[in-house]
Design a binder for this molecule. Structure first.
Ligand code: NAD
Length: 289
């Protein structure tokens, strides 16, 4: 399929990532059909999209008429058959192999055979996902970053079975979404998480061993390594549970100690100290406005 044939994008999952992808696709002129199994998820997803568009409106990046147009191009359903006429699918459902596999099985019966299935998985092998579908040559990894409308990178990950044409289409779709594609092989963590997760885990180890306070570790890394955000601040922002879970999955795949989260992270996850979203992580957010 040619990029000019891609008019309607199906987005599976209306969570944090699905909502961001839907917004970015609609802003760039695609008709977007969102599918989720949970109506409450769509209420949250739509609130994320509306909030994002309102911020753009306030900064005069779009007009009220453009906001209405963007919202008008996005529809929602809990019925997978609503995706029968989509030209391209981006899957962003729970990070669970069985959930993704079951969804792709349903999509296969619904979408035209030439439709490419892109998965936004962070830690599951694209090759494994492709193997679980009836169209492995048309499955590709398309790893977005949160928040999608702000973060320009999309890692493009062909499975071992992916046809070059399918990977080329994912690259072209990424460019039409006004994001920057970076191709990489199907390896645990791809590029960014392979480097970033061990860095965050190492920062937690440094903190755990009492070398320096959280503030001092972050200040040192911001001023000494020229990072925009310290690694512990970043972990609080993205969720200590996310770094912990992704670290454990990468460790399972590779058995490399650098991916194995230290005890402090396990304790924080068990205690619900997940960072900003629970009010407490390496920092306390309950007193801050
Ligand atoms: N959050 C991030 O920073 C981030 C970054 C890159 C990639 N990812 C990946 O993106 C995917 C989604 O992550 P998220 O943070 O948006 O999760 P989320 O929990 O916010 O959203 C997942 C959504 O999927 C829906 N869902 C579950 N099963 C479904 C099904 N069978 N059909 C349709 N919808 C279904 C859920 O109802 C939920 O709304 C995961 O694979 C994750 O690893 C997340």
């Amino acid at each position: 399929m040619n990029i000019d044939d891609v008019k309607i994008i199906g987005v599976c999952g209306a969570g944090t990532m699905g909502a961001g992808i839907a917004q970015q696709a609609s802003i760039n002129g695609f008709t977007v059909k969102v599918m989720d199994v949970d109506d409450a998820a769509w209420d949250r997803g739509l609130a994320i999209i509306t909030g994002g568009l309102d911020r753009m409106l306030a900064k005069e990046k779009i007009t009220q008429a453009q906001k209405d147009e963007v919202l008008g191009r996005i529809s929602y359903s809990t019925d997978v058959t609503s995706l029968a006429d989509v030209d391209y699918v981006i899957e962003a459902v729970f990070e669970d192999y069985e959930v993704k596999k079951a969804l792709f099985e349903k999509l296969e019966g619904v979408c035209r055979p030439e439709v490419v299935f892109a998965t936004n998985t962070s830690s599951i092998s694209i090759t494994e996902i492709a193997a679980a579908t009836g169209r492995p040559a048309n499955v590709v990894g398309m790893h977005f970053f949160n928040p999608v409308p702000v973060m320009k990178l999309v890692e493009i990950i062909p499975a071992l079975q992916t046809l070059p044409e399918a990977a080329a289409l994912a690259t072209a779709v990424t460019e039409r979404l006004d994001r920057v594609p970076v191709p990489c092989k199907d390896t645990p963590g791809f590029v960014v998480n392979r480097i970033l997760i061990p860095m965050m885990i190492d920062a937690a180890r440094v903190f755990e061993s009492g070398v320096a306070s959280a503030e001092d570790i972050d200040t040192a890394m911001k001023l000494g390594a020229n990072l925009p955000m310290g690694p512990l601040e970043l972990m609080d922002f993205t969720g200590v549970d996310i770094a912990y879970n992704v670290g454990n999955v990468l460790f399972e795949y590779t058995r490399e100690a650098r991916f194995s989260p230290p005890t402090i992270m396990r304790k924080m996850v068990k205690a619900g100290h997940l960072g900003r979203k629970t009010g407490k992580g390496f920092y306390d957010y309950t007193q801050k406005t």
